[in-house]
Design a protein around this ligand. Sequence first.
Ligand code: NAD
Ligand code: ZN
Length: 375
Amino acid sequence: METSKEMEMKNIPTQASQKFRNFPMVPRVVFGNGSFDQLGDILLPKRKNSDVPIIYLVDDVFEDSDLHARIPRIFSDQIIFISADEEPKTEQVDALVQMIRESYVEMPSGIVGIGGGTLLDLAKAVAILLNNKGNAADYQGWDLVRRESVYHVGIPTISGTGAEVSRTTVLLGTEKKLGINSDYTTFDQVILDPELTKGVPKEQWFYTGMDCFIHCIESLNGTYLNAFSQSYGEKALDLCKEVFLDTIAEEESRNKLMMASWHGGMSIAYSQVGVAHALSYGLGYQLGIKHGLGNCLVFQYLEEFYPEGVAIFNEMRKKHQIELPKDVCSKLSDHDFDAMISIAMGMEPLWENALGENWKSVITPAKLKSIYKKI
Ligand code: NAD
Ligand code: ZN
């Protein structure tokens, strides 16, 4: 079965002629505290006419916030609040697309996602599906999208996943958790306003921030590493160390973590993630554990693979007094373990990146079970 992060960056060319992958990048980006207020001006030239809306998909944590009032909603624009309690689903994307299609005669002028990885991924997927026939599940995979997406803007409100810069949107379907990886997935515009991350609860700040830290460790210690990935990965790692180990002012910390997320995402674009992500996907699929927390739960037990990274992670955890949940896998049956192991083992590119071509000589179902049992 194909699962999610075979996805994130399967480093295999789609056509035999493509020896080197030709990645899209976000063509426009604004950075700065308060830059959110430029959104209205940015959208103005994209508006087709007053009857064609901009649709804002917004994390419902902002429903009663000052940010809600700052959204430049004019004419027939619509704000749709969405909960980020669960990771995005293919049916959720299909329902949103149907609702938008039924509400307006013309295709929206743009889709704006405001939130964390969950809302950013939803916005990317809705923008693709509005202009492509069929259902979201039809496009989970690599380069299956044929027509360009509706203009879409990403505005992160929490830092770490790199979803703002990646060419994938990770969706949970009925049969698989897999990204829509395509050149049309990447945002047309990103607004990086670190002030928007002010209200993030401490635990969530740590879990999502550690997603970035783990991207760096897995990329920098992987066999797929190259100078492109290394240059971004090293910068992101330095920024993570400043944010999570040094004592720096809050504003500086928010600014740096937002840029760490960006660089971490760029680093894995041209390499791959590794052991923690492979195992975390098993936890996500089987137990619904969210990406950032899942990565942390696994990573603490990976000293065999990433000794230096795990030592730094433990130091960071201690400094911020983060207690990770315990006994997460204690009540699982053998059948559950087998299902998780099969998902994790299926992430071949991740294992190959982490351990090289002969990874199967190190990674066995028994080995993975022993790690899961500690969690
Ligand atoms: P999230 O979007 O799931 O949000 C986590 C929690 O933080 C939610 O409760 C949300 O409401 C809250 N939150 C967000 N911003 C807030 C703010 N400013 N103030 C208060 N609360 C706030 O978090 P995430 O870790 O950024 O995203 C996880 C998702 O990202 C997963 O679905 C994962 O699959 C996906 N992901 C995607 C990519 C990609 O490249 N597309 C990469 C990694 C992860
Ligand atoms: Zn990740």
